[in-house]
Design a protein around this ligand. Structure first.
Ligand code: HEC
Ligand code: HEC
Length: 188
């Protein structure tokens, strides 16, 4: 009799403990401040700048060493992954911002002139309307603002370490894109 009562008590205790643990888990979500004070991040501290995001006092732009060489003199960097937008390997001094009437990038990268400039031609994907998937006879408007996707490379310390290693299916893809051929891969 004593034994039965004991094991019943144990079961109740175990159940109780489990219930307690669950409760704690639930309250952690809602009230992490009370249970885990050290890992609390206030709204003001959110972000990687280590400054109050509401006042932004003491914010100085990163002193980035943007690539200095003029177009044609630089070394191209490998793509971050297959079909990632390539970084701009040359100086963009005097080319930004791109405006409606002044897009210097086109002067060298338009396919008709690119070869003579020694530049990579703008790929076919940029001449395609992605909604209808039809080829256009002009650059797609969505691609006009080159610097929206292509950024100059700079030698800076990453704020967050990234151990990602790209896995190219073909070594050519380190320097060239193949998106026009692989666009609907896996889609039926
Ligand atoms: C004076 C000609 C010229 C102008 C203007 C120019 N580029 Fe370039 N670009 C080049 C050349 C040449 C290369 C080949 C790499 C090198 O030698 O710098 C290149 C390379 C690139 C690449 C790398 C391509 C790859 O295959 O990795 C990108 C991206 C790029 N440019 C974007 C731009 C953007 C965006 C602009 C406008 C802000 C621009 N370029 C303006 C000549 C130019
Ligand atoms: C919406 C984002 C976006 C915009 C805007 C954009 N690009 Fe790209 N670009 C990409 C991506 C993604 C790739 C790689 C996949 C591909 O080829 O489409 C690429 C690839 C390239 C390449 C390499 C082509 C190759 O054969 O390897 C060049 C050169 C280039 N873009 C130039 C430009 C220029 C110049 C402009 C402005 C007129 C521009 N891009 C605007 C996203 C963009």
């Amino acid at each position: 009799m004593k034994k039965i009562i004991q094991s019943a008590l144990c079961a109740a205790l175990i159940l109780g403990l489990n219930a307690c643990a669950n409760n704690e888990g639930a309250s952690n979500v809602g009230n992490s401040e009370a249970t885990n004070a050290k890992t609390v991040v206030t709204e003001e501290e959110l972000g990687l700048r280590k400054e109050n995001l509401y006042t932004e006092q003491g914010i100085e732009p990163v002193k980035a060493d943007f690539t200095k060489p003029a177009p044609g003199m630089s070394k191209k960097f490998a793509r971050s992954y297959e079909n990632a937008p390539p970084l701009i390997p040359h100086s963009v001094e005097g080319m930004l911002p791109i405006t409606k009437n002044n897009n210097a990038c086109l002067g060298c990268h338009t396919p008709e002139v690119a070869k003579s400039m020694g530049a990579t031609p703008i790929p076919k994907t940029h001449f395609m309307d992605f909604r209808s998937q039809k080829m256009l006879d002009h650059l797609a408007q969505q691609r006009f603002n080159c610097s929206q996707c292509h950024v100059p490379q700079a030698n800076v310390k990453p704020l967050v370490e990234n151990k990602f290693q790209p896995d190219y299916r073909n070594p050519n893809e380190k320097q060239k894109s193949n998106l026009i051929d692989t666009l609907n891969e896996g889609v039926r």
